[in-house]
Write a protein that binds this ligand. Structure first.
Ligand SMILES: [Zn+2]
Length: 96
């Protein structure tokens, strides 16, 4: 699980670099001298942004799974909106 999170984070970093590059006004597609139009570059950047937002949520969710509590479900109880373990008192983060 640890390795999957690291791999995902690297993937997200790469995506963010792509987004920055596509939005960089000094890149040829923003200067109007390349077949790839500004609209297309912006469109791709928006698409990648949505993807990154989704992946960020996946990582947060996976990291939430790293709860140390291994007690059976019967010990779970709810305090407000948050589930916690009655045995070790650890908050149990919601899963996807
Ligand atoms: Zn517990």
């Amino acid at each position: 699980m640890e390795k999957a999170i690291i791999a995902l984070k690297k993937f997200i970093e790469h995506r963010k670099e792509l987004i920055t590059t596509f939005r960089d006004k000094n890149q040829p597609w923003h200067l109007g001298n390349v077949e790839l139009s500004m609209q297309l570059a912006e469109g791709i950047a928006d698409f990648l942004s949505n993807e990154v937002q989704y992946l960020d949520k996946v990582v947060l969710s996976l990291e939430g799974e790293k709860s140390k509590c291994r007690h059976p479900k019967k010990y779970r109880d709810k305090a407000g909106n948050v589930w916690y373990c009655m045995n070790c008192n650890e908050d149990l983060i919601h899963r996807l």
